[in-house]
Design a protein around this ligand. Structure first.
Ligand code: FES
Length: 511
């Protein structure tokens, strides 16, 4: 199974999922084959709708293949923060709907007999200084008010010192892609259709018909749902969600000190711990070092820091896997689930899940299926993507600015003419200058050069090299591209423009 990065996650050892052909019509077309898309299609297919999932690569290619799969109602945006940003009723509603989502995952696993290592666990949150202790007190109080029972704990299941700790029972964990394949299989058996390697390129609405145009042809539909982590194209939601990268590793230990729980500190960014058995082998999964996408010059150093932190407390036998993954934070800490602003009323979206994608992806499936099948959901207002005022003319203004950028492309150049490339090492990516333009170049381990124009085709920001995932990442809205410029992650629909290097130079560099 492939993922949107160079590094291999703990969840990628899965067989190829068998696709179907693109049908001509569907009741609902869902773009994106991750937890959100496949949970939503399963719900809607059960409601008697004919659903088709379009996945540009393979199912689980995005963040579902790179999550650490903590299943929480103890959320990244604390109930204290939700109460502050919204109100106490909103915090209670968020607890209620995330509690239901966790129960739905468990029900699916039991009902469809999905063998994915699901296990109920207690979650611990601990404070290590006075400031964190005050924060923890607020979280405990607000969580209990919202409905999540948190109580103080005298111990924590990790070997770190702490001033205060609290725990919440009935949280859970699982193997993310085994669950994903399980629900995809259930959907398939119900007559659903997953089409992989099929990128949705455009959605048109004419003469009361909605058509999704794809790289495999067209499909007519009554509804379109964007379950692509962030909607593709240009939308006001891109200004309301910020992309972040998080780093994780799965290690084996020389002793039996694996934590039998989900554990979090209150550092900024925080560290997270848990244990998962995969194919008979136990792994301690540890993560942290989060930063805004495209804002860290040396992403390899994030892994180095993570590993040296863990080695202070654990006797590591082997770092078996290490990978990074992307998530989106909304401005007010809650996801946007519902009608996609600026689009016809049959276009839907779910985005801005923060670090709780597995749970909020499942929440989205419940809200979207209620909105489509019943016309409403008790949680629609709270998660509405229109809970801010859209800016008139936003899309047109941005499109105009991109057209100017795209005229800068189009000639064959020599690597020697690009300033700043003389010391480009093997397996390194860098941005240099050529006649007033930026040119981004990656040299692979055998010396082959790949040059692209670094202006992101989404809204024109300049991409940055991500050494650990060998990708060009956009710091503005999180689009990511392979070293050859192909889209790995939306919102960009088109890849980066290739810059042709003179043949002579390419040959010279290959030797
Ligand atoms: Fe928006 Fe690159 S993702 S400008």
């Amino acid at each position: 199974m492939n993922r949107d990065g160079y590094s291999i996650s703990l969840w990628q050892d899965m067989p190829d999922y068998i696709s179907k052909n693109l049908p001509a019509e569907a009741d609902i077309v869902i773009v994106g084959g991750g937890i959100t898309g496949l949970s939503t299609d399963l719900k809607l297919q059960r409601e008697g709708k004919r659903c088709v999932v379009l996945e540009a690569q393979n199912i689980g290619f995005g963040t579902t293949g790179g999550t650490t799969s903590h299943l929480n109602t103890l959320l990244d945006t604390s109930y204290y923060q939700i109460r502050k940003n919204f109100n106490a009723e909103a915090a209670a509603q968020v607890y209620e709907v995330t509690h239901k989502a966790l129960a739905l995952i468990e029900k699916n696993i039991l009902g469809y007999e999905i063998d994915c290592g699901f296990d109920r666990k207690t979650a611990y949150l601990f404070a290590q200084d006075e400031k964190q202790e005050k924060e923890l007190d607020k979280i405990i109080e607000a969580s209990n008010e919202a409905g999540l029972h948190m109580k103080e704990s005298n111990d924590i299941p990790v070997p770190l010192s702490f001033r205060k700790a609290a725990k919440a029972t009935d949280q859970a964990q699982m193997h993310s892609t085994k669950y994903l394949y399980g629900i995809a299989g259930a959907f398939d058996r119900m007559g659903g259709c997953v089409v992989q390697n099929c990128r949705a390129t455009e959605v048109t609405h004419e003469n009361n018909e909605t058509i999704v145009h794809t790289t495999k042809g067209k499909i007519k539909t009554a509804h379109v749902i964007y379950a692509t982590h962030i909607p593709p194209g240009i939308n006001i939601l891109h200004t309301r969600c910020a992309p972040y990268r998080s780093y994780a590793m799965a290690v084996t230990l020389n002793d039996e000190n694996y934590p039998d729980a989900l554990v979090y500190d209150l550092d900024e960014p925080y560290h997270y711990y848990r244990t998962q058995e995969v194919n008979g082998m136990r792994y301690l999964i540890f993560g942290g070092e989060d930063h805004k996408t495209g804002h860290k010059e040396n992403t390899e150093y994030c892994f180095t820091k993570l590993e040296s932190y863990l080695r202070k407390y654990y006797d590591i036998n082997e770092v078996a896997y290490r990978w990074s993954s992307q998530y989106y934070e909304s401005v007010d800490g809650l996801p946007y689930i519902g009608h996609l602003p600026g689009n016809p009323e049959n276009v839907w979206v779910a985005t801005g899940f923060g670090g709780n994608g597995m749970i909020f992806g499942t929440v989205a499936s419940c809200i979207l299926s209620d909105l489509i099948c019943k016309g409403n959901s008790p949680y629609a207002a709270l998660f509405s993507p229109s809970r801010f005022k859209p800016v008139a003319g936003f899309t047109r203004a941005v499109k105009e600015s991109i057209d100017v950028i795209s005229t800068l492309i189009g000639q064959k150049i020599s690597i020697e003419e690009i300033e700043g490339m003389s010391e480009l090492a093997h397996d390194e990516g860098k941005i240099g200058r050529y006649e007033g333009c930026n040119i981004a170049v990656y040299k692979n381990t055998s010396g082959q050069l790949f040059a692209i124009h670094p202006d992101c085709p989404h809204m024109g920001c300049s991409v940055e090299w991500n050494q650990s995932e060998k990708s060009w990442d956009c710091p503005c809205h999180g689009s990511r591209f392979s070293h050859t410029g192909e889209v790995l992650t939306a919102p960009a629909i088109k890849g980066l423009n290739r810059v042709e290097l003179s043949e002579q130079e390419e040959i010279k560099q290959k030797v």
